[in-house]
Design a protein around this ligand. Structure first.
Ligand SMILES: [Zn+2]
Length: 125
């Protein structure tokens, strides 16, 4: 669709430039306006092609700014953003100790009391 429009613009622009070279146009000093119109048409067609072929993600990332990070589907990444408090001693637990178990649960090890406890999907602390 876009390519058809741009081809049409190029043909029209080419016609204008050809018309500018016509002896009659040269005699009537209409060369420059026709060349300008032809060039504008050709450039417009070119811009259309560039816009059509530009990857959509690029424009989206430019406006959103944070598209590089895939959606927050990973629970460990989300949970690690919140401070984890040990239920045994009340100390703050380093989220980097979080371990994903085969059952899909997350356990962390307290650095103070060495207690191991589970992180729930919806924390209640
Ligand atoms: Zn502890």
């Amino acid at each position: 669709m876009v390519s058809l429009v741009s081809v049409f613009l190029w043909l029209l622009g080419g016609l204008f430039i050809l018309a500018a070279m016509h002896p009659e146009a040269v005699a009537q000093h209409k060369v420059l306006p026709r060349v300008i119109v032809g060039a504008v048409l050709v450039v417009a067609g070119f811009v259309l092609v560039v816009l059509a072929w530009m990857p959509r993600g690029k424009a989206g990332a430019a406006s959103a700014g944070g598209d590089g990070i895939p959606g927050g589907q990973e629970a460990p990444g989300q949970l690690s953003l919140k401070p984890i408090v040990c239920p045994h001693c009340g100390g703050q637990v380093d989220a980097s100790t979080a371990k994903l178990n085969p059952e899909g649960t997350l356990t962390v090890t307290c650095g103070y009391c060495k207690g191991v406890f589970m992180i729930q999907e919806e924390p209640k602390w």
